[in-house]
Design a protein around this ligand. Sequence first.
Ligand code: ZN
Length: 233
Amino acid sequence: MQEKIIHQRTWAHSASGKSIELYKKKHTPRAEQFQDSPILFVGGVHGDEPEGVHLATKLLEWLQENEKNETKKITPWILIPCLNPDGYSQNERTNGNGVDLNRNFPARDWEPLAKAPRYYPGPSPGSEPEIQALVKLIEDEKPHLIVHFHSWKPCVVYTGKTGAKAAEVLATGTGYECHEDIGYPTPGSLGQYGWLEHQIPVVCIEEQENIDLELVWPHFKIGLELLLTKEGT
Ligand SMILES: [Zn+2]
């Protein structure tokens, strides 16, 4: 019998004790070109970027619909719609401890000093429960690609040269440029952690901030579908 989508309502807890949800389907009736290891999708690293949570949620709906109709063969996947429910509930960038989760990863370049309070990296690398849970997930599941959803100036940024192709696929039809670097240092970020510590390429989608949410899924639907269905071709 075919495995169903697994849903963990409380995969982890936030700093303020909120539940963090996770969905996954690790064994898909996949085509031969797909890898055994999953792609990991993460929304809501920053709580004040609702575009990213929206995009992750719409992707989840597409995956659930695809599952129901068994329309397309897809690569194994794991999806966390909102890593930072503390920040998301308050429309704030940081978690309940005031930490920028995208500066708290235990990457070798983690720095204790931030250029502004909104980038506060926490008291030590990997101090936050959200990051501890995600680090354990990455170590256990060994995804071959990580994609996280943000909003800022529109672009698709990848960390690790092997992420260039996935970034280009994800940008299909958006007109957004792909860059290997966001243009400023991001010590202790998910990109730095994934690539420096595990050689997993990490793609960061930056949607236009404050865009009409109705436009977000149409922008990235084509690229996400291509990534999930045509990987490796
Ligand atoms: Zn962000």
